[in-house]
Write a protein that binds this ligand. Sequence first.
Ligand code: PLP
Length: 395
Amino acid sequence: MSELEKIDKDYVLSSYARDYTNFVKGRGAKLYDENNQEYIDFASGIGVSSVGHANPKLSRAICEQASSLIHISNLQVIEPQAILAKRVVELSGYDMRCFFANSGAEANEAGLKIARKYGERNFDSKRYKVITLKHSFHGRTITTVKATGQKEMHKADFSPYPDGFAYVDSIDAIYEAIDDKCVAVMIELVQGEGGVEPFDKAEIQELAKFLRSKDLLLIVDEVQTGVYRTGKFLASNLYEIEPDIITLAKGLGGGVPIGVAMTRLKDIFQAGDHGSTFGGNYLSTRAGLTVLEILESEAQSEALTQRIELFSNYLDKISNSLPEYFTKSVGVGLMRGLRCVDSQIQSAILKEAFRQKLILLKAGRNTVRFLPPLTITKDEIDEGFKRFEKALALL
Ligand SMILES: *Cc1c(COP(=O)(O)O)cnc(C)c1O
């Protein structure tokens, strides 16, 4: 056991099944460990390092910001926060306002508070129930873990959980689950942790229309799908719907913690309704602005589209040629997966890929997940798949 592993195990609570390779630097989609071994990163720290590691433009902006002002408080106006809110709203194409938090769970928590207040104020009798889907993932706080529709995540160890959530198996089943206590439906358009599962566009559009006709809210959790991960700025743009509440986090700060809940209920909060000490501070919002600048130009120049095409071609080809391992290639944009025949194959692939110095993720019980940096180069994609094919040959 390395000295580092020993310190980690002695002093850090063991809530993760952790690998002990010690990465010391990164560049683009490459990571280097302490022995200077090079890895290709097809995971981006679970969809976070959207502009790659040590992106020069992002590091420069962060350093500059850190040397002038990192944090004051939300009792003062914060220039990059206001400007980031404006940029996020403009890029989304929706008429909304933003609340800034520090993580996906916190963004969802804010979204749920917005829905609760709407349910309290807008109906003759209080509505508070939020319907979510089986296989969804919405976070790890006591409330967002309860919002998560995977029953095995509602461990008795952490009970009691807050009331007000109901779970259904499919988009179709949402309609029947709506009762007079229901105020909102919360979904991911492409389920991430649940197994890279995109929903049908027409079904989602119909749901959005139905909810609007009943004055019920649609909350779209875009913590993983947002900020160009699907090729569009938001998955909601790809699905051509107008949600009431959208949450963002992972890719927005390029690694600096940030979360956003945005809503078309522009006047829902009054002073004192919600808050966050760190949320939207100078450092994280300056990072967010820089990430958006970088990714917007990637999207406009078609560079992102070309990467998505190349990546999909590799995955489709591999999936088709190895039916003994894979049932299909799934996902959209650079949020992709290979559905494996079973969970043993899934874990064998992840293990062998890592031995070949390729970092992948799992999703659900049988999906190998790919969330590369959105700025990944052609060479990095080619090299990553070379290693992936080698790993598959060695299974
Ligand atoms: C990762 C994720 C979250 C939780 O985000 P944290 O930053 O870990 O709190 C919530 N929803 C979705 C869809 C996610 O992928």
